[in-house]
Structures are given as structure tokens and as C-alpha cells.
Design a protein around this ligand. Structure first.
Ligand code: PA5
Length: 450
């Protein structure tokens, strides 16, 4: 079985000789600290050996619960935000047939995502859409107190109970939350929902291989065993004992830090397959929340090519030279379709007739890489042999471990997110949440003065 691969040659050529290699010692130390649990944020290292320690019994429990939802529901809503939804959405959208929309695989319930915004229109339209449908809910919140998710769960619980009756609703509502704390745990215990635990030592954005990702992915009909197998194989391939030059996580972490120190402050994750859009969204959260702190950190951005070559392409080719690009490339598409021949040839494209569409896409990819490198954009390439659960499992784990190494090399704690509290504090003060009286008075005074 092949592995995903990393090519940094077109980034390395922008750096002085030996720059990447110079990170070898620091990265070895960081890897040892991760293994020994002595790095900063060491109470959040539960993801590190998760793939290799996931048991068959645990996967059976997930699959059995997923099968109940698959049998009883036409639609399943995943209520969660940030790390409590992006991983599941990334995997499901990467694997699902694009049409019909919203990830519906044949014979699987439609998997919908909510609890990730506070839009009245979004939620009204969702409730309307679910009217008269047999739907279930997976309520995902580690803290169990996140406003977006709690609001959505309130609405959906009520509607599910009204449509199915309280007893039947209990069969199709599942909670994934802390083992003891939080409102989601309290509600689940009170109502007797099936629950899964988000381990204490796994932060939201590192939780895709826990029930947070696995249950929705299994409900959508995808092979969670292959996903875990891929991740477990990558855990070995990126282990601390693997030499620096062969360890793709160490190489990616090193080259990112080298580019950052050379003024490349923005990394653009690009794909040539729209199905990968949410893989980049998940990656943005993983790297943005892990590294962006203390006035430091690469800004993670994403583009879908060739679509965005017709919008952001100009900026990338020719704008401020503070960016580098990481391409997610897929060796073999899953489907086969050729460029059609046209008798009249009005568009002049008959020279492409008979070629696989993927060959044209690959030339767009190669042509763009060369153009962007010529335009001063370092290029990193990550190649997946094909898009299936096994290689996505490899990719997820690769990004997680590389992120931890990269953040520690940068000198930040990659496992906390103190910055996300600021907006919540203001929002609660503005909404007069009990306990926020002082903050409410202060923010109102500030608003009248501004
Ligand atoms: O990575 C994180 O920790 C965050 O993105 C959380 O996943 C997100 O804020 C949701 O939190 P919770 O699961 O507590 O509702």
C-alpha cells in the first residue's frame, strides 16, 4: 500500500541551502517532548497515539449506533461548531457524491450540518426542510456550553420530539460530549440518549478521529476502519523514530517555519477537486487556532482551483510576495470521463477530444505550479494516491502531527485557544448574560463613548 507523499523541492529552492535541514535538531527535541509529554499543552496529547490505540470494540459501538441512525432516519443533523464539526464535514464531503447536494450517498441518510452559526434564516430554513422528515440529531460539544450548538440543539430536539414523539426521538438523538461536565451531558443523562465521550486530553480541532468525526462519517456510510487504518499507518510513518529526511510531518513543519522566517506569512492550501474544499476548511482551523497566538503564526488561507484561478489567481501570481502555496494533489480520480469530440469545433477544443478530463486538470495543476513558482510563490505538494477513507485517514493524522511539531517549533502552545474567548465575552455582555453585569455596563459605556 502506498502512502501520501510530500514534495518540498519547489519551496526549498526559495531558501538558502541547508535551511530546512537546520531544523532537524529542534524538531527531534520537539518530537521527544511530544512523546514524553513534556511539551507545552501536554495535557492535550490524547490524539497522538489515538489511531494505533483505537479498539475494535469501540469501532463496533460507533458502527452499531450509526446503523440505527442509518436505518431510522432520512436525514441526520450534526450540530457542532469548529472542531466539533469541521472534521466530519471534511471527510464526508471529500468522499461523498457531489450530486445530489448535501452529501447524500445512496441508501444513506442525508447528513446536514448546523450549530455552526447563529443565522435566523439558516435555522428557519433548516427547520422547514426537516418538517415531515424522519430526522435524527448528533449533538456534538466538548464543553457542552457553546451557544451556536446549544441553540440549534434546542430547536431540533423540540422538533424531533414533536414529529416522532418523545420516546422515538430518544432513539435518534445522540450526544457526543464531555464524560461528566456541561449542559449536553446533563441533557443526555436526563433524557437517556446514547452518548459518546470526547476524551479530556483531545482538543476540538484534534478530535476528528474520536466519535466527533467517526460517528457522522459512519452515518454517511463511509468506512471508519479504513480511515483509522490510514491514520495508524501515518502514525508509524511520522513517528519520532523515523529519520528527519524520511518523516513527512517533520519536513512539512520545517519548511513552513523556514518560509515563515523568510517573510512568507500566508500559506494558501489549494486543491483541484471541489470535494476537498472542506479538508482545507478543517486544516485552516487546525493550523490557525494552533499557531496564531502571541503575535505570531502563518495565516492559513485556502483556494479551490481552477475555480479561484479566475478570481484570486491574479493576486497569487502578482500580488505582495508574502505567500506560499501548498497543493493537495490526487493521483488517480475515482471516476472516468473524457473530453468530448464536437463536430463543429466552435470552441477550438477538439485537440483535447478523447483525453481524460483529469489529464487536462493535471496540466492546469502543473502549469499553475510553474507559473506561481516563476512568480515568486514557493510551492509544497502533498499527493494522495486516490481519494478514499484510507488515504484521508493518513492525511488527517499527517496534518495533526505536523501541526503540533510546527507550532512547538514556532514557540507557541499549539493546543490552547485563548483568543476565541474575546468575542464570546463581548457577546454575552451585550446580551446581558447573568454573571456578566460588570462587563455589560462597561461595554455599553464604551459604545456610547465611541
Ligand atoms: O478546537 C476547538 O477547541 C474549538 O474549535 C471547539 O471545537 C469549538 O469551539 C467548539 O467547542 P465545543 O465542542 O466545546 O462546543
Amino acid at each position: 500500500m502506498k502512502n501520501i507523499s510530500l514534495d518540498i523541492r519547489k519551496a526549498d529552492c526559495f531558501l538558502e541551502n541547508g535551511t530546512v535541514k537546520a531544523f532537524e535538531q529542534t524538531i527531534k527535541e520537539v518530537q521527544t517532548a511530544l512523546e514524553k509529554g513534556t511539551c507545552s499543552g501536554n495535557d492535550f496529547l490524547g490524539w497522538l497515539h489515538l489511531p494505533s490505540t483505537t479498539t475494535e470494540e469501540f469501532l463496533n459501538d460507533i458502527q452499531t449506533t450509526a446503523d440505527v441512525l442509518r436505518k431510522e432516519c432520512e436525514a441526520v443533523v450534526v450540530a457542532g461548531i469548529g472542531g466539533s464539526y469541521l472534521g466530519a464535514r471534511a471527510v464526508i464531503e471529500a468522499l461523498a457524491n457531489v450530486f445530489p447536494a448535501c452529501c447524500k450517498e445512496e441508501n444513506s441518510p442525508q447528513v446536514l450540518f448546523a450549530g455552526n452559526n447563529i443565522s435566523e434564516d439558516y435555522l428557519s430554513e433548516l427547520c422547514h426542510y426537516l418538517k415531515d422528515k424522519r430526522f435524527g440529531v448528533i449533538n456534538i460539544s466538548k464543553s457542552g456550553t457553546t451557544t451556536e450548538t446549544a441553540l440549534t440543539f434546542r430547536l431540533l430536539k423540540k422538533q424531533c420530539e414533536q414529529q416522532l414523539g418523545k420516546e422515538n426521538a430518544k432513539r435518534v438523538i445522540v450526544a457526543i460530549t464531555d464524560a461528566v461536565k456541561g449542559a449536553a451531558r446533563a441533557a443526555a443523562e436526563k433524557e437517556g440518549y446514547k452518548t459518546f465521550v470526547i476524551p479530556d486530553n483531545v482538543g476540538g480541532r484534534f478530535s476528528v478521529l474520536t466519535p466527533v468525526g467517526l460517528l457522522p462519517i459512519a452515518v454517511a456510510g463511509f468506512d471508519i476502519r479504513q480511515l483509522i487504518k490510514g491514520a495508524a499507518d501515518m502514525e508509524k510513518a511520522c513517528g519520532a523514530d523515523v529519520p528527519f529526511t524520511d518523516n513527512i510531518a517533520a519536513q512539512y513543519a520545517a519548511v513552513r517555519n523556514a518560509l515563515y522566517r523568510n517573510g512568507k506569512k500566508i500559506e494558501i492550501m489549494v486543491n483541484y477537486h471541489p470535494k476537498l474544499h472542506f479538508i482545507a476548511e478543517w486544516w485552516k482551523q487546525l493550523y490557525g487556532e494552533s499557531e496564531g497566538k502571541g503575535g505570531k503564526g502563518i495565516f492559513p488561507a485556502a483556494c479551490d482551483f481552477t475555480t479561484d484561478l479566475h478570481s484570486m489567481g491574479q493576486w497569487i501570481q502578482d500580488g505582495e510576495r508574502t505567500i506560499f502555496e501548498t497543493v493537495l494533489s490526487i493521483e488517480q480520480p475515482n471516476k472516468e470521463l473524457s473530453f468530448p469530440y464536437d463536430e463543429e469545433n466552435l470552441d477550438g477544443l477538439n485537440f483535447l477530444a478523447g483525453k481524460r478530463i483529469d489529464e487536462v486538470n493535471k496540466m492546469a495543476e502543473l502549469g499553475t505550479r510553474l507559473a506561481h513558482v516563476d512568480g515568486g510563490v514557493p510551492n509544497i505538494r502533498i499527493t494522495l494516491p486516490e481519494l478514499n477513507p484510507y488515504y484521508i485517514g493518513q492525511l488527517l493524522y499527517f496534518f495533526e502531527v505536523a501541526c503540533a511539531i510546527s507550532g512547538l517549533v514556532l514557540g507557541v502552545n499549539p493546543f490552547d485557544q485563548p483568543g476565541v474567548e474575546a468575542y464570546k465575552k463581548n457577546m454575552f455582555a451585550l446580551l446581558n448574560k447573568p454573571g456578566y453585569e460588570e462587563a455589560s455596563a462597561a461595554i455599553r459605556k464604551r459604545l456610547t463613548e465611541e
